[in-house]
Design a protein around this ligand. Structure first.
Ligand SMILES: [Zn+2]
Length: 454
């Protein structure tokens, strides 16, 4: 766009104002209704830049939604962009005073609204003011005085105002992004537990091989993690200037706090420890990419996740059968299995190879998210060395169930496997007291990436 980042002069602004008044008059004469004339209040001599365009678009969305909500019909709408700023016009069939009140509500409803300049003009060309509604004048962005007074007396340096306005816009969109990511994370945990049937795992049919938890334990745990998911995305945003590895070091403590929240919510049952780790990394990576203005897509998220955790499987270096202490270390010493840590350090290779492509192709073919999710889990079980299965049985049993799953997939073709057949596998797993919790976590990660993509 030619108007992007172009400096404007005072005379440009005066010309623009004059032109605007003419346009307003023409629109009113032609459409004979109440006119809403909208601009952003951007201080300084550059009015049009990517962030201001985004904020203008958001305002238009908010105005449109508010009018729709009230059933107010729009008989004319137009937007115009010049180097002096974007302008939008709406003509509506409603009393000006009612429209003004609605627009004031938008201006007051959020921080971003503080930089909206929404004029409401009646069909005679008279501007409705806040005082017509007995609403207090807008306060200054910097101090508590009346905004008009501060701007007339040039109380605050232009640089300070510019900084504040940029901050308001950036924070508004960052909050939106954080909310969306946290919602995707929560949704992926809830979908994962609800997908039914899942061999040996808690689902809507049964508690799988578990005696100490049910679907409600997972709901309790998930809701307890909502603040964690927001905080961890914010950390990715906050530490955008650090190397990914340093970000990971900084978010580890948040992960520990989240584990405390989970154990409190579940009476000390481990429902989501693996996911606090995995989804935490995904969320932080998303925030990091967002703030660095890089595309928040699966490839980039997995790349940053990998960079964050690349060295954590170094923890395994030099571990022998004799020195191994934890279950994870013993698995590594005996079989070279690195579990969820290795998975993260590989950029969630199993999700990339066996999870997401499978889920997406099934959904594209018209499978329900439930059936597609159940089959994706089966595909993960067939391909991933699930440490939870080994923990509850042995490596031999893991090989056995992987062979069984692989044979079924090869013989029947994964797309032909029915819900009833998965139920049979569920009974088999329950009979052997197996629970592929590691694969369930990878299914959640798969769902998270799918939701972020869509
Ligand atoms: Zn002030």
């Amino acid at each position: 766009m030619n108007d992007l980042n172009v400096e404007v002069t005072l005379s440009d602004m005066l010309d623009a104002r004059e032109k605007r008044v003419t346009v307003q008059r023409e629109i009113i004469e032609r459409y004979k209704g109440t006119l809403i004339s909208f601009m952003l209040n951007i201080p300084g001599n550059i009015k049009v830049f990517p962030l201001s365009l985004k904020a203008h678009g958001e305002a238009v969305k908010l105005i449109t939604k508010a009018l729709n909500r009230q059933g107010i019909s729009v008989i004319y709408q137009a937007s115009d962009s010049a180097k002096t700023g974007c302008e939008s016009f709406f003509v509506v069939k409603e009393q000006p005073i009612i429209v003004k009140r609605l627009m004031t509500d938008i201006e007051n409803s959020c921080e971003l609204g503080r930089i909206f300049d929404i004029d409401v003009i009646d069909c005679e060309g008279n501007k409705i003011s806040r005082s017509d509604l007995n609403i207090t004048e807008r306060s200054c962005l910097i101090c508590d005085d009346i905004g008009h007074a501060c701007s007339r007396s040039r109380k605050h340096p232009i640089e300070e105002l510019q900084k504040k306005v940029i901050e308001i816009m950036e924070n508004y969109f960052a909050e939106q992004f954080v909310d969306n990511c946290a919602a995707c994370a929560v949704r992926s945990l809830l979908y994962e537990v609800c997908i039914t049937p899942k061999p040996g795992l808690v689902d809507r049919n049964n508690n799988g091989s578990h005696r100490d938890m049910d679907i409600y334990t997972f709901i309790d745990s998930t809701t307890a993690l909502i603040p964690y998911f927001r905080d961890i995305v914010l950390s990715g945003i906050k530490f955008r200037n650090e190397k990914p590895k340093a970000v990971f070091e900084k978010i580890r403590y948040l992960g520990m706090l989240a584990e405390d929240c989970m154990f409190t919510a579940t009476n000390n049952i481990n429902t989501h420890k693996g996911l606090i780790f995995s989804l935490g990394i995904i969320c932080a990576s998303a925030g990091y990419l967002y703030k660095n203005e890089e595309a928040v897509n699966t490839d980039n998220i997995l790349k940053i996740s990998r960079e964050m955790t690349l060295e954590i499987d170094d923890d395994f270096n030099g571990i022998t059968k004799e020195s191994a202490r934890t279950f994870g270390e013993k698995l590594y010493a005996a079989y070279g299995i690195t579990g969820i840590r290795g998975e993260a350090a590989s950029g969630f290779a199993s999700v990339k190879n066996h999870g997401l492509p499978m889920l997406k192709s099934l959904i594209e073919k018209g499978y329900s998210l439930n059936h597609a999710g159940a089959l994706t889990l089966l595909n993960l079980i067939a391909n991933v060395k699930d440490t939870n299965i080994i923990a509850r049985s042995s490596i031999e049993t893991l090989k056995e169930v992987q062979l069984l799953t692989n044979n079924l997939i090869n013989e029947r073709g994964i797309e032909n496997i029915s819900i009833d057949e998965i139920m049979d596998i569920d009974n088999h797993f329950i009979g052997k007291n197996l629970s592929p919790g590691g694969c369930a976590d990878l299914l959640s990660v798969t769902l998270m990436l799918y939701f972020l993509e869509n």
